[in-house]
Ligand binder design. Structure first.
Ligand code: ATP
Length: 215
């Protein structure tokens, strides 16, 4: 990125709730020239076919977590850990440190490349920090940003995007930390209750504020 002082990268943590618009805001930040490091994408990459983490998971949870192509069957794994806190803890103990380490490597690369704004896209940013986790949420950020929308909007957009039922959307939303609570914890809030243009304006303003403060 041109136009910012060398060696002064700003690192922010971006989060939201189901259907609140976090991916949309991450895309807008990318379009403005930020580097986005995406926790979910790293999890999917590290659990891809042939990756050591996948073999480790199959060793612990059995081959029933693999589909016929040898790829991870997320639904099968989810069913195994869903009602078993001990198994969930074992899963997290495998996944979180490795994802955190890869996340850290990518962050170091972005810092070494002197990027102006580095956005850590972490769905469970506050939940992980609250639990003192060892994953991506434990990385230091200068500021946190929450993408907020009213609960009813979250539900409507999730149904429209995923084609799920209202009950399923509500169930997934209730399993998360309430978005209003995340909003109260955040340093910056993007209000995504309006149009995409309105959100884009807010992201532009925040990008300018964060990068100018560092320049
Ligand atoms: P999740 O955490 O569930 O993956 P998310 O927070 O990343 O969700 P998005 O996927 O960005 O949310 O947005 C949810 C859906 O709502 C998408 O289909 C997106 O295109 C749409 N959407 C996002 N923002 C707006 C907006 N301001 N107006 C209308 N639709 C929107």
């Amino acid at each position: 990125m041109r136009g910012h002082a060398a060696g002064v990268s700003v690192v922010i943590g971006l989060t939201g709730g189901i259907g609140s618009g976090k991916s949309t805001v991450a895309r807008l930040f990318t379009e403005l020239g930020a580097v986005v490091i995406d926790a979910d994408a790293i999890v999917h990459e590290l659990q891809g076919p042939g990756m050591p983490m996948l073999a480790e998971l199959a060793g612990v949870f059995g081959d029933e977590i693999l589909d016929s192509d040898g790829a991870l069957d997320r639904k099968a794994l989810g069913e195994i850990v869903f009602r078993d806190a001990e198994k969930l803890a074992r899963l997290n103990a495998i996944v979180h440190p490795q994802v955190g380490a890869e996340f850290g490597r990518r962050l170091q690369d972005a810092l070494a490349a002197d990027e102006a704004l580095i956005v850590l896209d972490i769905p469970l940013l506050f939940e992980g920090r609250r639990k003192g986790g060892r994953g991506a949420s434990s990385l230091a950020t200068q500021a946190t940003v929450v993408v907020w929308a009213p609960a009813e909007t979250q539900v409507e957009r999730t149904i429209a995007r995923d084609g799920c039922t209202r009950e399923e959307a509500l169930q997934r939303m209730r399993a998360q930390m309430p978005l209003d609570e995340k909003r109260d914890l955040a340093d910056h809030v993007i209000d995504n209750s309006g149009s995409l243009e309105d959100t884009e304006r807010q992201v532009r303003a925040l990008f300018a504020e964060l990068t100018e403060a560092a320049a």
